[in-house]
Structures are given as C-alpha cells and as structure tokens.
Design a protein around this ligand. Structure first.
Ligand code: NAD
Length: 351
C-alpha cells in the first residue's frame, strides 16, 4: 500500500491525479471525515484513488487496513509526506491540530510540491483546510497557495467527533466563490450544512467567534449548576427550568455537566466526561479568540475570564485537559471545597 515519491511523480504525470483525493491528518476528526468522504466517493466512482498521510504512520496504516476490509478493491495508498500526498492528488484535505502543524505541512510539504507541478496541474488543484487555527496564519498560507495558481478554502467544522462520524458536520467556509463552489461537493460528503462565510479566513473567523461563546457558556452553565445544587435544588429540576427559560443553551440542554440532570440524553458527564470536545482544544480555541481580539482591538473580558479558568484547570489536572470541557463543573466543584479568600478583607477563611 505504500508508494515511493517516484511512483507519485508518475501518477502526477498520468491522468490518475484527477481521480485522486488525499487526506492529511487522521486524528479523532480526520479519521471519521476521511472514512465518509472516501466511502462515498468510492460508491459513486469505484475507480477513485485515495491517499492518506499522518505524522503517526500507524494511524495511516490502520485507516487503510480498515478501509480495504470494508471496501475490498478500493485503491488506497499511504503517503509518507504531505509532499507526496500533494503530488498524488488533485484534491487535498488537511485536518491538523493547529497553526504550527498547518504552517509546517503547507510550507515544508504542500506548497513546495505545488511549485514542482506543471502549471496546468497546479491550477486544477484544490486545497481544503478544516483545521481550527489562527486566521492570520490561514490567510498567509492561502495567499501562497493562490500565488501558485491553485484554489484553497479554510473550512473549519462544527459538530465534533459525533458529527464527523455521522457526516452531519457544519462547514464554515472562507475563500473565493470559485473555490467555494469547487469544494462544495467534497464537503457535502462529510457534512450537512456548508456555509460560505466570506473570503479567505472568514470560515475561521466564524468558527472562533462561535467557540468563544461556547467556552464562556459552558463555564457559566457549570457555575449556575453548582450554585443551584448548593442552594439545595435538584439538578434535574434546575436543568428543566433553565432549558425552558431564557438561560437555555446547548451547554445546558445537550452538554449538561451534571450526571443524571438530563433524563433523555447521554452527555459526556455520564461517561466520566470521556469523549466530547477536549478541554485542551477549547483552551486552544479561546487562545485563538484572544489573539484575534487583541489584533482587532476588540475587548473580550468574558472570554479572557473563561480562558483563564480552562488554563488553570489544565494546569492543575492534565486529566481534565483530556476530558470534555464540561468537566469545568468538576473544577468549580473542587474549587468550592478549597479555603476561600474573603473578598472584602483579603483574609483566607475555612468553612
Ligand atoms: P487530533 O489531534 O486527534 O488529530 C490531528 C492529527 O493530525 C493527528 O492524527 C496527528 O498525528 C496529525 N498530525 C499532526 N501533525 C502532522 C503533520 N505534520 N503531518 C501529518 N499529520 C500530522 O485532533 P482532532 O480532534 O482530530 O482535531 C483536528 C482539528 O479539528 C483541530 O484543529 C480541532 O480544533 C478541530 N476540531 C476538533 C473537534 C473535536 O471534537 N475533536 C471538533 C471541532 C473541531
């Protein structure tokens, strides 16, 4: 299943590159997205070619093994580097952790490979980056891609691993009208809502603003649920009141942080906060919002307060950093048991 750079070069010279799609970054999201994309492309055109690439070779290998077991006869290969993955395919999707990895993959792999391609092949190439990263970094990478003559969109997602698995993701797309139209059929294999938010970087801007709200919302829901419990309210009753009142939001009615508070749903708190959206990823997104806000000269005091809470949580417990970010409730509960500082006198008191 593994192929050499020479072999990729011959693929790029033949017509096979047109029928080939590469996916770089097969982590929690990328694995599910690539699976949906490739299986639907295979069903539509069995002659399609697929290429996967990950910094962890075992991830690429296990993806290929799974895929071939499920779809015998599918043409799938492993690229050792993003450069090989770019030479092999006309469409390249990246789903990486954040800005440093995107800079490295594009500057050291994808862009040099695009420059090696004949002009006509470079022109036909589409790059889709679904990573959540800094808007400025995304725009600078897209500028370099466009200079080579290729098309690129930023297409971060909303919907988490569950949405990735069910192919119900929302894609928030930034790029030209031409690039958006070109990417739409690919994205529709992995998601349900595909929204053109504006030019390059606009998809990321929308994603980061949404996650700024989400980060603050989950923190304040944790605070309200803890306060209500301490006031003697049953978490189920409190959840039902808030869900049908003006405080209703996703963090209370879907991602409720208190076990048993939601009778008909099973949020991560029911599984000791496993699965879901990791606190470390939320902290990363709050950091992206802070960077953007400071560059734009926009005050985000609520966002900064929530960011500090997530940072403190991870500093005190790397385990909570891995768990769903609704575990901020656990952190607040822990804090409620610690000696408090009397805000008026500044003295410590034990209760
Ligand atoms: P992940 O860490 O599970 O996956 C990232 C993958 O990229 C890993 O397999 C890693 O080995 C690979 N990788 C890293 N550097 C690489 C390189 N240089 N070359 C090739 N591969 C490389 O992360 P994830 O949870 O899949 O998230 C991916 C992106 O999606 C992030 O930007 C995240 O913020 C965003 N996102 C995640 C969720 C979620 O619920 N997990 C939801 C929405 C958006």
């Amino acid at each position: 299943m593994r192929v050499s750079l020479r072999c990729f070069n011959s693929v790029s010279r033949s017509g096979l590159r047109t029928k080939s799609t590469s996916f770089i970054g097969l982590g929690r999201m990328g694995h599910e997205m690539a699976y949906n994309l490739f299986s639907k492309q295979f069903a539509q055109a069995p002659e399609s070619q697929f290429v996967v690439c990950d910094a962890i070779p075992e991830s690429a290998q296990s993806f290929c093994t799974n895929f071939v077991n499920q779809y015998p006869g599918a043409k799938i290969q492993i690229a050792d580097t993003p450069e090989e993955a770019t030479l092999a395919s006309e469409t390249i999707i990246t789903m990486l952790p954040s800005s440093p990895q995107v800079l490295s993959v594009y500057n050291n792999g994808i862009i040099p490979a695009l420059r090696k391609l004949p002009t006509e092949l470079a022109k036909n190439t589409l790059l889709v980056d679904s990573t959540t990263l800094d808007v400025d970094v995304a725009r600078s990478v897209a500028k370099d891609v466009v200079e080579v003559g290729s098309q690129m969109v930023d297409a971060p997602v909303s919907g988490g691993v569950t949405g990735a698995k069910a192919a119900t993701l929302a894609f928030l797309v930034g790029g030209t009208e031409v690039a958006f139209k070109q990417s739409h059929p690919i994205l529709s294999f992995m998601g349900q809502r595909i929204i053109h938010c504006g030019p390059s970087g606009a998809g990321l801007g929308a994603k980061i603003c949404n996650n700024l709200i989400l980060g603050v919302q989950q923190a304040v829901v944790g605070e309200a649920m803890l306060l209500g419990t301490k006031l003697g309210l049953d978490p189920k009753v409190l959840t039902s009141v808030i869900s049908s009142s003006t405080g209703n939001c996703w963090s209370i009615s879907v991602n409720n942080p208190v076990p048993n508070a939601l009778s008909e749903k099973s949020p991560p708190c029911e599984r000791d906060y496993e699965g879901g959206f990791a606190t470390a990823l939320m902290l990363k997104d709050m950091g992206l919002a802070s960077n953007m806000a400071s560059l734009a000269g926009c005050p985000i005091p609520m966002g900064e307060a929530a960011e500090a809470l997530y940072a403190q949580m991870i500093q005190e417990s790397s385990e909570l950093g891995r768990k769903d970010f609704s575990s901020i409730y656990v952190q607040l509960e822990k804090q409620s048991k610690q000696p408090k500082q009397d805000l008026r006198s500044g003295e410590m008191r034990n209760e």
